[in-house]
Design a protein around this ligand. Sequence first.
Ligand code: ZN
Length: 193
Amino acid sequence: MQIIHDFLTINEYSRPGRKLKEVLGVVLHWTANPSANAKENRDYFENKKTGVGGYASAHYIIDQNGLIVAAVPEYEVAYHTGSSQRDPASNKFYTDEARRRFGKYASENNSPNNCTIGVELCPIDSAGNFSDATIRAAVELCADILTRYNLPVTAITTHHNVVGWKDCPKLWTEKPALFDAFCYSVAEKKQRG
Ligand SMILES: [Zn+2]
């Protein structure tokens, strides 16, 4: 597992510099752009500091070649899983699953951003497929995070499972069995150390 630390400049739109309240989970995403690598996605978040592109960021971005770029320190808030729209199934802000996982953080006036680590995976195509190298690095990173925060594998979830209306990562929203397989790989990795 190779991690490049390339933290964003502290700014209102992508790295507010606030501390996470606690770590209750890891939220996985796709970048939705197969033509951009991890460094380019990191620079996209950096450019949000000008204020013209809204709020967005993540703690880690995993390249198509498996390289991991750390864009926001783990102990700070990143803007990856907040929502100002209601989940269609529960008609509330965030899903029932999010409320079960994150309690008070999954509400209109709070955000699961305050208690989660966000990991973006760079896809190899617009269908959302990931390379073996990306998946291998994501498995290692997730196992490492879970071990360090003493969290179970069930603490891994997806952006879709938290906000409901987002198909992110697209492939795992359409094929949840692939996400289950990913979690199984993380469990194996965590056990082996
Ligand atoms: Zn997402």
